[in-house]
Design a protein around this ligand. Structure first.
Ligand SMILES: C[S@@+](CC[C@H](N)C(=O)[O-])C[C@H]1O[C@@H](n2cnc3c(N)ncnc32)[C@H](O)[C@@H]1O
Length: 286
């Protein structure tokens, strides 16, 4: 029997977990993993490639999801291999629709396990999967991605101009962490890329409950501090590992529209059905 549930749990040490499950097996597995992570906190390697380790395990058949920890100790269970290793028919509908907007040579930025690069490669597209995580890149290669580059996207200054489409899936529009930094990167890309270039930028609406590790009290606190509501500081935890802390930004459709104004890009269309679903903004050159 399959059922879905949301579990809200407050541990003795004050950590609050909101965990969504699709079936009872998930409940047991994810819940025990979260408790294990709490116990392991003192012994945790906090400079590790935890997301890459998870991706590598998933590529070998593992199923434990990654966990997102926010800087106030709130934790949320991630999408795991069901999303990050999904085949095209199982992708969110906004991402499937976005594939119709791919043009020319493509770079899949923050490719993770390489699901988008693999799909495009199978369609005969010249595509590079790029990720800062060495283990994610190893997993992508193992899964068959032919051009898999290991580097932070920030280091690709000149090379970015050789691509016609940039894919930022898995909420990767938020990887630059702050409005100022996103605008800086988009402005630089607009000066280097061809006039027909486009960016397929995915985000989740921070106000609709679909963004991982973001809830109403956190976005209200952000507003009080003068930050954008969807700004957060996270780290990924997996088994006994944690990444260093990193900033991330979730934006609504309207915030994306406003944020890209003046960077040389505009939001030409938005793909996504319900406000809760992750959506893809198609950004085109002005
Ligand atoms: C949430 S995962 C998304 C994976 C993939 N796009 C997908 O949707 O299946 C984010 C990925 O972006 C990578 N990443 C984060 N910041 C990056 C950066 N500055 N340059 C390159 N990769 C980055 C992480 O290592 C991670 O693999």
């Amino acid at each position: 029997m399959t059922a879905s549930a949301t579990l809200i749990h407050e541990y003795e040490c004050g950590i609050t977990a909101k965990i969504q499950f699709s079936d009872v097996t998930d409940v047991v597995r994810s819940y025990s993993q979260t408790i294990d992570l709490r116990r392991a906190r003192q012994h945790m390697d906090t400079s590790a490639d935890a997301f890459g380790r998870a991706v590598m395990d998933w590529a070998r058949g593992g199923t434990d999801p990654e966990v997102y920890e926010r800087d106030d100790s709130y934790v949320d269970v991630g999408a795991g291999p069901d999303l990050f290793l999904a085949d095209f028919p199982d992708w969110p509908s906004s991402e499937r629709k976005a594939m119709r907007h791919v043009r020319g040579r493509v770079i899949d930025v923050g490719c993770g396990a390489g699901r988008v690069a693999l799909h495009l490669q199978q369609r005969g597209v010249d595509v590079v999967g790029l990720d800062a995580s060495p283990l994610a890149i190893r997993a992508s290669r193992r899964r068959g991605v032919k051009q898999a580059w290991c580097a932070p996207v920030e280091t690709l200054t000149g090379t970015i101009g050789s691509f016609h489409t940039i894919v930022l899936f898995g909420n990767n529009f938020g990887m630059f962490g702050s409005p100022a930094r996103i605008r800086e990167v988009l402005t630089a890309w607009s000066t280097q890329m061809a006039p027909e270039a486009r960016i397929l930028a995915q985000s989740s609406n921070p106000y609709a409950g679909g963004a991982p590790a973001l809830d109403r009290s956190y976005y209200r606190q952000n507003k009080e501090r003068g930050l954008m509501p969807g700004q957060c500081r996270l780290r990924v935890r997996y088994h006994g590992l944690a990444t260093p802390w990193f900033p991330w930004l979730f934006v609504s459709r309207n915030e994306m529209r406003l944020l890209v104004k003046g960077t040389g890009w505009h939001l030409s269309r938005v793909l996504g059905e319900t406000p809760r679903d992750a959506y893809v903004g198609v950004l085109e050159r002005d």
